[in-house]
Each structure stands twice: as structure tokens, then as C-alpha cells.
Design a protein around this ligand. Structure first.
Ligand code: FE2
Length: 270
């Protein structure tokens, strides 16, 4: 049986009017994956998926990364639960996950376990739509530009005065150069931006950073953005190759906890 859907904004975000068991059956995986590429974000309100169901749905989309507990990773800023909690705060700024890897992961799911009373809304920007709407003369200028992405650059948003030890650790992850415009295998194009973007190769630093700031402003305009206000048990999946995201800051003591699965990259960023 077909799953009923409801678009949440014209350019990004679709709600699936279904339940955990239906998605976990894997029966709709191919359909959901195609819709995901078109809509950037899919949401099931109050799905209350178990970890097994979240993994089964994720496997119907692609190959699940072996991270966390059998593929389910706990997202929290509580250092007692997650030793890397400090890095989770990098998510408070627009970014693409894995932007300093060879290829950012294809998609990820979030399963709301515990919500904060304040903050914690997640914002997604459709970087396909942002590219599509650029004037043709700008598109011609941007094709061929290459951007240096760095973990250090992203971490400085969270911790602007690192110790030498912290800086040394950040710098163990080598910067990565990616094209500004991702030419996907499908033939579609998207912008590759976010907090890891440091400067544009071969361009004057100030001019390159000005362009990156202008493009972030462009790509995060309201018509390209869906803001998810979480309710208990929500399940959300986003296309990490055609969106960027950020979460509104939330306090540690409100114990916000998400279970996340990550679906591996299938195409190079080229
Ligand atoms: Fe993220």
C-alpha cells in the first residue's frame, strides 16, 4: 500500500503519514530514497521507533555505518554519555556532516528519545534548490571553484580560544578540498558550504570568505529552509548530500537525546 505524504514547505521537507512498522518492513525503501533526494528531509511524527526498527528502515535506504551501539549513535552534549560531546556543539552552526571526508555520508536518521524544553529545533536548507535558483551568470562564475574545508575552522565556532593541545588534535584531521558545486551522478547540482568551509582555493582570502558568506546567506533564505520542531518519538531522515543543517542551541541539563544512524556515501563529491 502506498504511503500518504504531505509537503511541509514548497521546496523542502515532506511528512510521511505512516508508522514505525511500515517503514521498518523495508518495503518502501526505494520509494523513500527517491523522495528523500527530491525533498531533502522526510519526517514521521510520533513514530516511536525502536532501535531495531530505525536500523531496518535505514538499511532499506542504504549501507549503515558501523558506529555507536550496533549502528545507533547517541547524540547528546552530556560528556558523561558521549565523550565527544564537545564536538556535538559544532552542530549549532550550518554544516554538512562529514564535509572533511572524501565524500559526505548520503543520509542520516534521527530518532527523538528525549527533547529539551528550550532550543533544539533542527534547521535544514536545501542546497539543490539554492543552486537551482541562482542566476545563470552566477552559476557560470561558481562552477570550477574549489573550497578548502577544515575541521579546525568548524571547531573555532565552538571554541575560539583552543589550547595548543586542542589545536593539535583538530589539525590531525587534514583539510579537504571540495568543489563548490557538487555535480551529482543524477545530473543535479548542489552547493557545498557550511562551517567547515574555510576559503576558496586560488582566490584572495578576503574575497573568498566574502563569497562563502554571501552563498551561505543565499542558501539559508526561508524559501530553502525547513525547521523541524520536535515532538516526542519523531523520526527524521535527511539527504546529507543535498542539504545542510544546524540545531538551535539547547542546555545540557535538559538531557536532549537523539538516536542517530548514518547511511554511507555512495558517490564521490565531484
Ligand atoms: Fe550534523
Amino acid at each position: 500500500m502506498a504511503v500518504e505524504t504531505r509537503d511541509l514547505t514548497p521546496r523542502i521537507g515532506t511528512e510521511l503519514l505512516t508508522d514505525a512498522a511500515t517503514l521498518a518492513s523495508g518495503e518502501h525503501g526505494t520509494w523513500a530514497r527517491e523522495l528523500l533526494e527530491q525533498r531533502g528531509v522526510l519526517v514521521v511524527r510520533g513514530a516511536f521507533m525502536t532501535s531495531e526498527q530505525q536500523l531496518a528502515f535505514s538499511r532499506s535506504i542504504g549501507k549503515v555505518q558501523p558506529q555507536g551501539d550496533g549502528g545507533v549513535f547517541k547524540i547528546t552534549i552530556d560528556p558523561d554519555v558521549n565523550p565527544g560531546a564537545e564536538y556535538v556543539k559544532g552542530a549549532f552552526f550550518w554544516h554538512i556532516d562529514g564535509a572533511t571526508d572524501d565524500a559526505p555520508n548520503l543520509a542520516a536518521t534521527l530518532n527523538a528519545q528525549n527533547l529539551s524544553k528550550t532550543g533544539g529545533n533542527t534547521h535544514f536548507a536545501n542546497t539543490y534548490a539554492a543552486w537551482d535558483d541562482l542566476p545563470d551568470e552566477d552559476k557560470a562564475k561558481y562552477e570550477g571553484l574549489r573550497v578548502v574545508h577544515s575541521f579546525e575552522t568548524a571547531q573555532r565556532y565552538v571554541n575560539p580560544e583552543p589550547t595548543a593541545r586542542e589545536l593539535k588534535f583538530w589539525q590531525t584531521r587534514a583539510p579537504k578540498v571540495h568543489p563548490l558545486v557538487w555535480n551529482h551522478k543524477s545530473g543535479r547540482k548542489s552547493l557545498v558550504l557550511g562551517s567547515t568551509a574555510d576559503h576558496i582555493e586560488g582566490l584572495d582570502r578576503a574575497a573568498g570568505r566574502m563569497l562563502l558568506a554571501k552563498l551561505r546567506e543565499w542558501a539559508t533564505q526561508p524559501q530553502f529552509v525547513y525547521v523541524h520542531k520536535w515532538t516526542e518519538g519523531d523520526l527524521l531522515i535527511w539527504d546529507n548530500s543535498g542539504t545542510m543543517h544546524r540545531v538551535d542551541p539547547y542546555p545540557l541539563e535538559e538531557n536532549r537525546l537523539m538516536h542517530r544512524t548514518t547511511i554511507e556515501a555512495e558517490e564521490a563529491l565531484a
